[in-house]
Design a protein around this ligand. Structure first.
Ligand code: NAG
Ligand code: NAG
Ligand code: NAG
Length: 401
């Protein structure tokens, strides 16, 4: 994908946006004329969203293949649920930015063990692999384990101390990912508040973030709200499709999608605890392409709409109504369908790709849809890469025409 194409479509003031579509067949031409599309792809501008690379599956490609694949897609930010050395090694020298995780809260509260873990699982990969954040625990405060809740901040502090002692401060942030369920109220967004019983944990965690300058991470799935009340929650509103929006009566700000309302509710909840100094990032969001009979809304069309529309907004650098100048920052869940995840069918069907690299959907853009013959992983991944990039470019082009 030529760099110029992406640049053209991202220049809003460009006087000749209609030329963009004429350029679209180029990747196809280059494919059929045998030009190496993977190397062409690496010259394009990186995509602005990150992807969660979950590995609860028995059929995923080797990390070195995933590394090639993600580079061909121009994805340059990845979040892991561990600090898999095979993955971190495979991405050395690629410039791809990583969030790594450790959910072993009890060990991490021990300063010595925290330091040993950072020294063994993070430090050796730097700077070859760009690890920029460690998340300690995942959705701990919305769980039921009060011992874990009590260990969360001490573990974050111990990991931060380790980062400082090992000379990595400024290079590696320390955070944790919360479910949006730690909010007691999220609508209207201006009335956002953390659950009262969690205040004892949340307040000092917010203070910690402010002290060390790390982002507040939220996992947010408008899908869950829709699935719980399909009769009352507007599908266009959760899918970023055209809709009249809803006005927050306290601010007069209009919200045309639930994700932005949730982000601003988190800002309001933090403000109520005295913090206007923190950045909210979305560590997970996504939509399943398949679900059980009772999982209303889990369809390929909805997943394509949600992720496609979200990517379009991210590409614009859009902020939320409350923070219009702070681009929404998102890690999409997930890279692959994960066949060994427990729970309802939806849990195994959040992937943008099947494990063989074939897209689960082409982000809803027919122009870009052609099915790879996929004789081998490598060639199917190249085709998938082209399909994906074409979808992104068509989507960008479509937006600016
Ligand atoms: C916690 O630490 C102990 C002792 O250092 C170690 O054996 C154990 O594997 C650690 N737990 C996890 C889940 O890594
Ligand atoms: C750490 O987080 C802060 C706040 O979000 C951000 O400004 C900074 O760039 C992050 N540092 C790294 C190394 O990513
Ligand atoms: C919202 O709009 C109403 C009606 O125009 C106006 O009276 C009110 O002052 C506005 N509130 C804010 C916070 O701007």
């Amino acid at each position: 994908m030529a760099r110029a194409e992406l640049r053209t479509v991202t220049m809003r003031s460009s006087p000749l946006p209609r030329c963009v579509l004429l350029l679209l067949p180029l990747p196809l031409l280059s494919l059929f004329s045998g030009i190496d599309v993977a190397s062409a792809a690496t010259t394009a501008a990186p995509l602005k969203f990150g992807i969660n690379y979950g590995q609860i599956a028995n059929n995923l490609p080797h990390p070195t293949q995933v590394s090639d694949f993600l580079q061909s897609l121009n994805v340059n930010r990845v979040k892991l649920y561990d600090a898999d050395p095979a993955v971190l090694t495979a991405f050395a020298g690629t410039g791809v930015e990583f969030i790594v995780s450790n959910e072993d809260l009890f060990n991490l509260t021990d300063a010595r063990k925290a330091r040993a873990w950072v020294a063994q699982h993070v430090q050796p990969f730097l700077p070859g692999t760009r690890i920029t954040c460690i998340t300690v625990g995942n959705e701990v405060l919305s769980g039921k384990d009060t011992a874990a809740m009590q260990s969360l901040l001490p573990a974050m502090q111990a990991v931060y101390q380790a980062v400082v002692v090992l000379g990595l401060a400024g290079q590696v942030n320390v955070s944790t990912a919360h479910s949006v369920n730690i909010l007691a109220s999220s609508y209207p967004p201006s009335s956002g508040a953390f659950r009262e019983e969690l205040a004892q944990y949340v307040q000092p965690i917010l203070n910690f973030h402010a002290e060390v300058g790390s982002p507040f991470l939220i996992n947010a799935y408008p899908f869950f709200a829709y699935k719980a009340s399909p009769g009352t929650v507007s599908l266009p509103y959760v899918l970023f499709e055209p809709n009249p929006g809803v006005v927050d009566p306290n601010t007069n700000l209009t919200y045309d999608n639930m994700l932005y309302a949730q982000i601003d509710a988190v800002y309001a909840a933090m403000k109520a605890m005295g913090h206007t100094d923190l950045t909210v990032r979305i560590s997970e969001t996504g939509w399943p392409s398949k679900g059980d009979d009772d999982e209303v809304g889990a369809t390929v069309a909805n997943a394509a709409a949600y992720n496609g529309n979200l990517m379009k907004r991210i590409a614009m650098g859009q902020g939320t109504p409350l923070k219009p100048h702070v681009p929404v920052d998102v890690f999409v869940f997930a890279l692959f369908n994960e066949d060994m995840k427990p729970g309802p069918t939806s849990e195994r069907n959040y992937g943008l790709f099947y494990p063989n690299g074939t897209p689960v959907y082409n982000l809803g853009f027919d122009r870009a849809s052609f099915n790879p013959p996929s004789p081998t992983y490598s060639s199917s991944s190249k085709l998938a890469a082209i399909t994906f990039q074409m979808a992104v470019v068509v989507l960008l082009a479509g937006f600016f025409l």
